[in-house]
Design a protein around this ligand. Structure first.
Ligand code: A2P
Length: 319
């Protein structure tokens, strides 16, 4: 297993279990299977609506001696409706209570988009807080306070483009240590990854398998299916591995952490075994230079809401 080492020496196992789309009835068992298989990194978020069950699984694993708290790296994310300075602590406390933990290893601002505190998903302009009402610098100050209080060991962001990162870097006391973004061969985001690296911001890949199980509201009729790309099958056959394993290995070879989601025991085990795959230069080149380019999680569910104060340029730089 490869690790990211933070400035203070903490280590993040680069392959973790994703829990977005894992139903409350399935995620408990999935987390236990993952810990039994050897995963030591679990990625969570308040908006996944399953943190209580993840917490139940962690509690059981600690109680049974399967793993010690200090040996598991747990990440969660602040939802968009808790961006106001005094709400950051509220959102964090709920996550900590649901996960049944004393501290988090990593806490991320989920999106650079703010909603009113009673809104989970926006339907109209009035559901949002605009940049002036909820400046990112204020949200980040709340994150810094959590770190200073020792409630989180590391803080970072998710779905931040270069200009949003620059906004934080310009006013922060503590630099973001992670940017979690959609990354796979249809969306390599080399420029953003390089920018993060140049500022010692680590990178985690979400949707590394193309999130085929994303909700129908996140699907468009002609979205390409990542896992069906012929090139991956050829490389998988060459190595005697599966396409999913090759995709996970591709992120690891870029020194990017990766969090494939599965609630299936065999796949959970199979995905972890990707850590041992050695892709060669020609594999990496073939996978990184595909004609098809696609972003699955495009943020239009925030930017195309009538009256939204957020534009696509708040989320993604033009390719
Ligand atoms: P399941 O949970 O039933 O295993 P992503 O991580 O990009 O969001 O992708 C998650 C999707 O990929 C889920 O539908 C998940 O299904 C599926 N998946 C996870 N691991 C594998 C695998 N090894 N082979 C095929 N599909 C997988």
């Amino acid at each position: 297993m490869k690790y990211i080492t933070f400035e203070n020496g903490d280590k993040l196992p680069m392959l973790g279990l994703g829990t977005w789309k894992s139903a409350p009835g399935e995620v408990y068992q999935a987390v236990l299977w993952a810990l039994e298989a050897g995963y030591r990194h679990i990625d969570c978020a308040a908006v996944y609506k399953n943190e209580k069950e993840v917490g139940d699984a962690l509690t059981k694993a600690f109680k049974d001696g399967l793993v010690k708290r200090e040996d598991v790296f747990v990440t969660s994310k602040l939802w968009n409706n808790a961006h106001e300075r005094d709400q950051v602590q509220v959102g964090f406390n709920q996550t900590l209570a649901d996960l049944q933990l004393e501290y988090l290893d990593l806490y991320l601002i989920h999106w650079p988009v703010a909603l009113r505190s009673h809104v989970m998903f926006p339907e109209k302009g009035a559901d949002f807080l605009d940049h002036a009402a909820a400046p990112l610098s204020e949200t980040w100050a709340g994150m810094e306070a959590l770190k200073k209080e020792g409630k989180v060991r590391h803080i970072g962001v998710s779905n931040f483009n270069q200009s949003k990162l620059e906004e934080i870097l310009a006013s922060c006391e503590i630099k973001p240590e992670m940017n979690q973004i959609e990354l796979h061969p249809y969306l390599p985001q080399q420029k953003l990854v390089s920018f993060c690296r140049s500022h010692q911001i680590n990178v985690t890949a979400y949707s590394p398998l193309g999130s085929a199980d994303r909700p129908s509201a996140r699907k468009k009729a002609n979205d390409p299916v990542l896992m069906q790309e012929q090139v991956f099958q050829e490389i998988a056959d060459k190595h005697g591995k599966t396409v999913a394993q090759i995709l996970i290995a591709w992120s690891l070879h870029r020194d990017v952490a990766v969090i494939p989601k599965s609630v299936n025991k065999d796949r959970i085990i199979q995905n972890l075994e990707s850590a041992d795959i050695r892709l060669d230069g020609s594999d990496m080149e073939a996978m990184s230079n595909l004609k098809t380019k696609h972003r699955y999680i495009d943020g239009t569910f925030f930017t195309e809401v009538p009256g939204s104060p957020y534009a696509q340029s708040d989320l993604w730089e033009k390719a």
